[in-house]
Every structure is written in C-alpha cells, then in structure tokens.
Design a binder for this molecule. Structure first.
Ligand code: PLP
Length: 389
C-alpha cells in the first residue's frame, strides 16, 4: 500500500488502451495483429492543418494563451457552432480544452455534488461512468437499445429522472454503437428538462461522421440552451487525436467556473494547436468529407462481413466509426470471445461489456482501418468461428 487517496479506487481504466497494450505484447512476440480496438482515424491530419500548426510555432505562438482559449480560435468556434450545429453563441460561452475528455471531467467537477445522480448511456463511453463515480456522483445507466437503432427508450429515460438528477449525458452519434439520436428524440429530451434544474451534457464529437439521416444539437433549442454543455473535439472529425484539442459551449457562468479549473489544471490549451484548430474550422472541409466517404464504405464492408459470420449479427448504424456486433446466439461470453479472437486470430477488438453491463453479448470493432485489414480481419474471425462453433 503506497498510500493512494481513497478516491482513486473509483477511477476506471479504459478497455481500448488495455487491449492495445495486450495486442502490442503479442506483436512483440512476433504475432501479426489487426487493430480494431482503438477509436482513432487511420488518416493523417489534413496537410493544411499540419502546416498551420507548424507556421504558428514559427510565428512565435508558443506562449500561454488566455486560460479560456485563444480569442481568434473561440471566435472561429462560435461561427462554426452556428453553421454546423445551429447554436447561437459567443466567445464568453466557449472554453477550449486539451481534447473532449477534459470537458467531461470539468463538467462533472463543476456540477456534481456527492450524492447527485447522473444519467448516462449504457453501453456508453467508459469515461462517463468512471468520472461520475470519481466526482462522488451516483451513476444511473439508461439502456441503449439495439432494436431502437441503438438509441434510448425515452419513457425509460424519463422514469430514471428523480429529484436528485443533476445531469443527463447524451452522445450522438454514439460510441460504442454508432447509433444516432433522431431530432425528435432530442426535442423530447429537451422537454423532459425544460422546467427542471437538470443539465444535459451533449457529447457531439462524432457529429461530422453521419452517413444517413441527421441528428440535432440540443443546444440549438433556445429554451434549454443555458442548461446544456456541448462537448466537441478535433480528434475524430479532423484526425487530430494526438494534438489534444477540444472545447465546450455552455452558459457564461459555468464557462467562468470551468476556466478556474483550467487555470488550476492546464493553465491553457497549447496555443499553436489552437491556431491549427482555426485552420481546421475555417479552411476547406473537403478532407473531412473524403474521410467520411471512406468510413462509410468501410462501414458497409464491415457490417456485411460481420453478418456473414456464424453466430454474429450486426446492425448498420448511421454514425461514428464503430460496428457493434451482437454475438448472443453463439452462446459465448463476449469477454471470452474477444480474448480468443485476439489470441488465436490476432484481431484486437473490444468486449461490449467494457462499455457497460448492457453491452454484454456484443463486440465493438472500430472500422477506422484500411479495407485490406478489414477483409483480412473478417476472414480470420470467420475461420475461427467455423472452428469453434
Ligand atoms: N467522447 C467520446 C464519445 C469518445 O468516443 C471519445 C474518444 O474516443 C472522447 C469523448 C474523447 O476524445 P478526445 O479526448 O480525444 O477529444
């Protein structure tokens, strides 16, 4: 016992990083591994964005920016939010952070008192539950339902709201399923909180990756906007995971509180990275469109391939870059099957249960990988299932 604080028991790790580490060990022993575990675009960051980052360094933007974010960048975000999310906002409502993940943590730190209930999607991004527990909140999962295209049953969501509910977390398109909440559902969620002291955290980091239909930002609904925190990030849309750049849009009082956290925690987000972010938002968007087109082709390939494997069935969802395959009819535990597929076939993917209890019986594959690797991985899984079933 090296005297850690008690609260550290409440923080969880993340399966994607744990499986990646295991896959790397197998690679070190000479095994050829196909990687479908980590949710990270395999495309390089678009050239214009890289050039803007390099130029910003040469221009001397290598000092602290204001803690809340570099002003020209916040102005670009406000314009972008109007154009792509239909949100009326200004720079006082925007806080820039190193990635979208900090926005989840900062929001919970600012809003949750011990004993407050936080509703979140199950299966859902693991950081939600981990950070709810860490900040002393009570995690209240709501099922994400396959038969509903991986969205909520809104009556169930309503039934989970209590006097102690402080926050509802939504994520559309969603990790790990790729499910998209239709605009009607967003309207209904807004109605549910309209006259209550409840905030909504809307994780919109995959909203540029929608292949059919549409979603809607709950912050575009004026009557609830002051109780919404929108979180967005450059990691997925602009293939910038390692740059660490994200932001939140929220009421100005909360923005000030969050800036206090930022001052205590990071001082600011890297200044030249924010300048590269201006190019991402204001420059040509053709690279984003091209990547989306590629992801869509791969989605079709993955879903078709998974559906032809014995015991697997996979719904074609409309967003993000995840396939969530139902393997219940194999009668196997998804955790065991995920390990067997890694160890015997060299395909790294994730057990659905690592995203919550309701993800048991599913496997998540991130299809941010080449068509060639996708074909090879599907083939390997197919051979394995033919052998063990
Ligand atoms: N939210 C969701 C739903 C995610 O899937 C991820 C990353 O996988 C994040 C937030 C955080 O991404 P980042 O911190 O790289 O912006």
């Amino acid at each position: 016992n090296l005297f850690m604080a008690d609260r550290m028991d409440k923080l969880e790790g993340e399966a994607a990083f744990a499986v990646l580490a295991k896959a790397r060990e197998l690679e070190a022993k000479g095994m050829d591994i196909k990687h479908f575990e980590v949710g990270e675009p395999d495309f390089p960051t678009p050239m214009k964005i890289r050039e803007a980052g390099k130029k910003a360094i040469d221009d001397g933007l290598t000092f602290y920016s204001p803690a809340q974010g570099y002003m020209p960048f916040r102005e670009a975000i406000a314009d972008y939010a109007k154009q792509y999310k239909n949100i009326d906002t200004d720079t006082s409502e925007i806080v820039v952070t190193p990635g979208g993940k900090s926005m989840i943590f900062f929001t919970l730190m600012c809003l949750v008192n011990p004993g407050d209930e936080v509703i979140y999607p199950d299966p859902g991004y693991p950081a939600y539950r981990s950070m709810i527990k860490y900040t002393g909140g009570i995690p209240v999962p709501v099922n994400i339902i396959e038969e509903k295209g991986y969205s909520f049953d809104l009556d169930e969501l309503e039934s989970k709201i209590s006097d102690r509910t402080k926050l509802i977390i939504i994520n559309s398109p969603g990790n790990p399923t790729g499910g998209v909440l239709p605009p009607e559902d967003i309207d209904r969620i807004a109605e549910l909180i309209e006259n209550k002291n409840i905030y909504v955290f809307s994780d919109e980091i995959y909203d540029r990756l929608i292949y059919e239909g549409t979603t809607k930002s709950i912050a575009s609904i004026a009557s609830v906007k002051d109780r919404v925190i929108v979180a967005d990030s450059f990691s997925k849309s602009y293939a910038m995971t390692g740059w660490r750049l994200g932001y939140g849009i929220m009421n100005p009082v909360l923005a000030e509180e969050m800036t206090k956290l930022q001052i205590n925690c990071n001082s600011c987000t890297s200044t030249f990275v924010q300048v590269a972010g201006i190019e991402a938002l204001k420059g040509p968007q053709d690279e984003v469109d091209r990547m989306r087109g590629e992801f869509m082709k791969r989605r079709d390939l993955v879903v078709e391939g998974l559906n032809s494997i014995k015991g697997f069935s996979c719904m074609k969802t409309a967003g993000a870059f995840y396939a969530f395959a139902n393997i219940k009819s194999t009668g196997l535990e998804s955790s065991e099957l995920a390990s067997t597929i890694l160890e015997e076939s060299g395909v790294a993917l994730l057990d659905g249960a690592s995203f919550g209890d309701n993800g048991k019986g599913y496997l998540r594959l991130s299809y941010a990988n080449s068509e060639e690797n996708i074909m090879e991985a599907l083939n390997r899984i197919d051979l394995l299932m033919g052998r063990i079933m």
